[in-house]
Design a protein. Structure first.
Lengths: 244, 272
C-alpha cells in the first residue's frame, strides 16, 4: 500500500501513537445493522478509516448442488476489496490474500452460526471493503457477525474482532495501517465473549512469550469493547434507541 | 482430503475414545511430534534443497537463487518467496488445476512463518540498490500426504535454506554479472520452527497425522525463532480455542520447536 517514511514516529515520548491514540485506545468505531434492501441481513462498519459493507443471504438453496451437505447447512464467505479501496488501484480479481482472509473469516464465524438447523442449504456472506486502512479482516468479521444476526440466523454468540500488536516495544490495541506496515507485530483476534472462545487468531511479527500472553489479553479485552458496539447496533435497529 | 466419509466418522470416534484415556491412535504422547527425517541436498541442481519426511508426510523443497528486480518500495532489500503445492501423486483426492483456498493458505502460512522470523537477512541480498537484488525462492512440493503439511513444508523449506549456497553477482555495465565459482552462504539470522497443534474434542495434540487431521475441530500453527520468541501464528478450522488453550499452545510450540530445531541443525551439519 505504498512506501512509508522510515522516519515516522510510531509512539512519542508521552506514549501517544502516530494518530494521537493511547496504547489501549481503539479507533473510532461505528456499526450500523441493516441498510441493504435486497440482502436478508446486512451491516455497515466504519472502523477508523476502514469502510466495509456486508450482505448476508440465506439459508438458501445451494448452487452448485454438489456443495450441499445433507447433515448441515454450509457457510460461504467472500471477502473482497474494491479496486479503489487502497492507495494504488487493486486488481479487482480475488488475490491469494483475499482468498486466505475469506477462509479465516469463514472459520471464525462457523462456531457461532447454528448451521446444523438448516441442512442442504447455504448461508452466503459477502464482505465488500470500500476503503481499507489496516485491520480490515477484524472490521469485516465484526460487521459480518452483525449482518448474520440481522438476517435472523440462529447464532450461539457473535464474534467480535480487533487486532493487538506491538510498536516501539509496547503492546497496543487496534493496529492501524501505519503501525501494521512499520510496527513490530500484528495479532488480529476474533472472540466470542459469551462462549469465551477465540475463533480467529493470526500473528505476524516477533513477540516474547510474555508479550504473546499480554497481546492475547489486550486483544480479548478489546473484543469485549467491540462486542458492546455490535449489540448496540442491533439494539438501535430493532428497539429504537430505547437501549437494553 | 476434505471429503468427509463415514469412515472418517468412525475414526473420529476411535480417536476421541483413545484421547479420553490419554492415548493417540499411533501411540504417541499428546505433545510428541512424529519422527522427522531430513535429507539435505537431495536436488543438486538447486542452490539448496531438502527432502523431509514427517511420519508419512513427505515434502521436497528446492531453493533457487537468482537476480531479480526489487519491489518498487523496497529497493534496498532482496526477495524471499516461499510457495507450496500439492502434487496429484500425493493423495487420491488431489486434482490438478489451480490451487484451492486450503493450498493457498498452506503456502501463505509457511511463507509467513519464515519471513516474519527474518530468517533470511534480505538487506544483504542487494546487487545494486533499486535496480537489482537477489531473489531466494523456496518451492515446496508435497509428494506424500499424511496430515500436517504446514510443519512438513516449513521444515523442508527451513532445511533447504540452511543448506543453500548462493552464487555471487557483481554489477557490471548496468547488469548483474555472475562471478564464477564463488558461492557464498545465504545470510541466515535465526532458525524458525513451526509447530501445528490440533484440537480434537477438548484435547490438544501436536503434529496431527492424516486421521487426526480429518477428525480435528480446530488447529493452530505457531512459529518460534531461535531465541524462543513467537513470530507467526495461524488459527484454522471450524471451532475456537479458549484464551488458556492459546497460551498453552504457545508454550508447547516453543518447547517442541526447540527439539526440532536441533534436528534441523544436525541435518545442516551432517550435509556439509
Amino acid at each position: 500500500m505504498g512506501g512509508r517514511e522510515a522516519t515516522m514516529v510510531l509512539m512519542d515520548e508521552n506514549g501517544k501513537r502516530c494518530d494521537g491514540r493511547t496504547v489501549d485506545e481503539p479507533r473510532r468505531i461505528m456499526i450500523k445493522a441493516g441498510g441493504l434492501k435486497n440482502a436478508d441481513g446486512s451491516s455497515y462498519i466504519e472502523f477508523g478509516d476502514n469502510k466495509i459493507l456486508v450482505g448476508v443471504f440465506g439459508p438458501r438453496d445451494v448452487h452448485p448442488k454438489h456443495m450441499s451437505d445433507t447433515d448441515t447447512g454450509i457457510l460461504r464467505v467472500r471477502y473482497h476489496m474494491e479496486p479503489f479501496s487502497v492507495g494504488e488501484r487493486k486488481n479487482p480479481a480475488p488475490s491469494r490474500r483475499e482468498i486466505e482472509i475469506s477462509k479465516v473469516i469463514k472459520e471464525a464465524l462457523e462456531p457461532a452460526v447454528m448451521l446444523e438447523k438448516f441442512p442442504r442449504t447455504a448461508v452466503d456472506v459477502f464482505i465488500e471493503v470500500l476503503q481499507a486502512d489496516g485491520g480490515t479482516r477484524c472490521a469485516a468479521l465484526t460487521a459480518a457477525s452483525v449482518a448474520l444476526a440481522d438476517a435472523g440466523i440462529p447464532m450461539r454468540d457473535m464474534v467480535a474482532a480487533i487486532a493487538a500488536g506491538k510498536v516501539a516495544d509496547t503492546v497496543i490495541l487496534d493496529v492501524n495501517n501505519e503501525e501494521d506496515q512499520a510496527g513490530q507485530a500484528d495479532m488480529p483476534i476474533g472472540y466470542m465473549p459469551n462462549l469465551e472462545k477465540i475463533t480467529l487468531l493470526q500473528l505476524d511479527g516477533v513477540l516474547t512469550p510474555e508479550e504473546y500472553k499480554k497481546c492475547i489479553q489486550v486483544g480479548v479485552d478489546g473484543c469485549k469493547l467491540v462486542y458492546e458496539l455490535q449489540k448496540k447496533a442491533l439494539n438501535d435497529k430493532y428497539f429504537g434507541n430505547k437501549g437494553e | 482430503m476434505t471429503s468427509h466419509t463415514v469412515i472418517d466418522e468412525l475414526k473420529r470416534n476411535q480417536i476421541l475414545d483413545l484421547l479420553e484415556q490419554g492415548k493417540r491412535v499411533d501411540g504417541r504422547a499428546l505433545d510428541e511430534a512424529r519422527e522427522v527425517s531430513i535429507e539435505i541436498n537431495a536436488i543438486p541442481k538447486a542452490n539448496g534443497s531438502a527432502r523431509v519426511r514427517l511420519g508419512d508426510t513427505e515434502v521436497v523443497c528446492g531453493v533457487k537463487i537468482q537476480p531479480d528486480r526489487p519491489f518498487p518500495d523496497t529497493g534496498d532489500k532482496g526477495l524471499f518467496i516461499c510457495t507450496a503445492e500439492l502434487l496429484p501423486l500425493s493423495h487420491p483426492t488431489v486434482e490438478t488445476g489451480p490451487p484451492g483456498p486450503e493450498v493457498i493458505e498452506l503456502a501463505r502460512v509457511v511463507d509467513r512463518g519464515i519471513r516474519e522470523s527474518h530468517m533470511i537477512d534480505v538487506s544483504q541480498l542487494v546487487i545494486e540498490k533499486d535496480k537489482s537484488v537477489i531473489g531466494v525462492f523456496a518451492d515446496n512440493v508435497v509428494v506424500d500426504y499424511d496430515g500436517n503439511l504446514f510443519d512438513a513444508c516449513s521444515y523442508a523449506a527451513t532445511a533447504a535454506l540452511l543448506s543453500s549456497k548462493s552464487p555471487k553477482w557483481n554489477w557490471v555495465d548496468d547488469a548483474p554479472a555472475l562471478v564464477e565459482g564463488e558461492d557464498v552462504d545465504v545470510p541466515i539470522t535465526t532458525i524458525p520452527v513451526s509447530v501445528t497443534m490440533a484440537k480434537i474434542g477438548k484435547h490438544i495434540v501436536v503434529d496431527p497425522n492424516g486421521d487426526e487431521w480429518a477428525s480435528m475441530d480446530a488447529r493452530i500453527t505457531i512459529t518460534s525463532d531461535s531465541d524462543g520468541n513467537i513470530c507467526a501464528l495461524q488459527k484454522g478450522g471450524d471451532d475456537g480455542f479458549t484464551q488458556e488453550e492459546i497460551v498453552q499452545c504457545g508454550e508447547i510450540s516453543v518447547r517442541v520447536g526447540a527439539k526440532i530445531r536441533e534436528k534441523l541443525k544436525a541435518a545442516q551439519q551432517g550435509g556439509q
